[in-house]
Design a protein around this ligand. Structure first.
Ligand SMILES: Nc1nc2c(ncn2[C@@H]2O[C@H](COP(=O)(O)OP(=O)(O)OP(=O)(O)O)[C@@H](O)[C@H]2O)c(=O)[nH]1
Ligand SMILES: [Mg+2]
Length: 323
């Protein structure tokens, strides 16, 4: 199951309480203060796991609580520091504070990690407070309490290239031909229900990541169909590839409709480099004469492979010139 949004509560551990104690040894009738400090409460840490692709695990585990630091002990012994809790998230996870709506972290790098709430510091034991005027203090500090937060985890998948198209246009077929992704393909709309990522290899060692999302329909930005839920997964892409069935009545109008859905979702799409791909070219012998300023239009057939090499070449050109 693909989960790209969930709420999670987290709490870091309290610092351990300091200790009040005095040295008790043979031949030392009035030993000095010896209460140790409390240990540090556990942190809650978020860490990217590049092998994850969904927030599914978090959906079933709604709250995470780190342990409290141990209390200080006699003989100046410090309480145990509590272990941190590490929550693994897929690359591209955005962490939002539910109360303030503030973005607290955006974990895009393959290795990034962040302490989202730090454990409380332990309190000092009475040994710390001994002075020349008060040699036997009978007080200590409590630990600092841990911090609690209610968070929203939102995944925006990380991919270089995003496929945009109406349902049934052939997006999933394309990604299945040029990458190892094996999405479901069928001759009806809304076959794809959640995003698929595929790694497209080119040259000897190079690759880019392509995202196939559910098809868009007019009104998607207002919630029609399924696509709007997934538009945010295109936000981080560097190239948009519009896939339009070559036998469509008005290809330019289809492009404009798709484009306007994207722009109404977010104006950031206006400046994204793009390509238009006419799919299912094997089904027609009439090649439409089209042109749109500054946008390359190429035709492909994912079924017989025509145009796929050129498509990859064009995508790479755009990626490299916008690196
Ligand atoms: N003849 C021909 N059929 C194709 C080609 N590409 C895709 N199809 C067919 O078009 C239908 C839809 O393909 P999909 O890849 O599932 O389309 P999609 O855009 O992913 O559709 P949604 O997931 O519903 O948005 C399937 O029956 C495919 O076999 C092509 O190049 N030539
Ligand atoms: Mg599909």
């Amino acid at each position: 199951m693909f989960v790209d949004w969930t709420k999670v509560s987290i709490k870091s551990g309290n610092g351990g309480k300091g200790c009040v104690a005095f040295r008790r040894e043979k031949h030392v009738p009035k030993g000095g203060p010896s209460g140790g400090d409390g240990g540090q409460g556990g942190d809650v840490i978020l860490k990217v796991d590049p092998n994850l692709f969904t927030l599914k695990d978090l959906k079933y585990h709604k709250s995470y609580k780190a342990k409290n630091g141990g209390p200080g002990q006699g003989a100046r012994k410090r309480g145990l520091d509590a272990e941190s809790i590490i929550i693994k998230v897929p690359p591209g996870t955005v962490i939002i504070d539910e109360e303030t709506n503030q973005v607290l972290a955006d974990l895009t790098e393959q290795t990034s990690s962040v302490i989202i709430v730090a454990g409380g510091k332990g309190g000092h034991g009475n040994a710390t407070f001994a002075t020349s005027t008060n040699r036997a203090p009978r007080y200590c500090e409590l630990g600092i309490p841990g911090e609690e937060k209610h968070l929203i985890f939102e995944l925006k998948v990380i991919s270089d290239v995003g496929l945009v198209g109406f349902p049934n246009a052939g997006k999933s077929t394309l990604i299945s031909k040029i990458s190892a992704a094996k999405p479901k393909i069928a001759d009806y709309p809304f076959t794809t229900l959640t995003p698929n990522l595929g790694i497209v290899k080119y040259g000897s060692y190079r690759s880019f990541v392509m995202a196939d999302i559910p098809g868009l329909i007019e009104g998607a930005h207002q919630g029609k169909g399924l696509g709007h839920r997934f538009l945010r997964h295109l936000e981080r892409t560097r190239v948009l590839v519009f896939i339009i069935d070559i036998s469509s009545d008005d290809i330019i109008e289809q492009y404009q409709t798709l484009n306007s859905e994207l722009e109404q979702h977010s104006p950031m799409f206006k400046i994204k480099p793009r390509l238009i791909v006419l799919s299912k070219a094997d089904l027609t012998t009439e090649m439409p004469e089209l042109s749109i300023p500054d946008i390359d239009i190429i035709s492909i057939s994912a079924i017989n492979g025509d145009g796929l090499e050129l498509l990859i070449k064009k995508i790479v050109q755009i990626l490299e010139s916008n690196a």
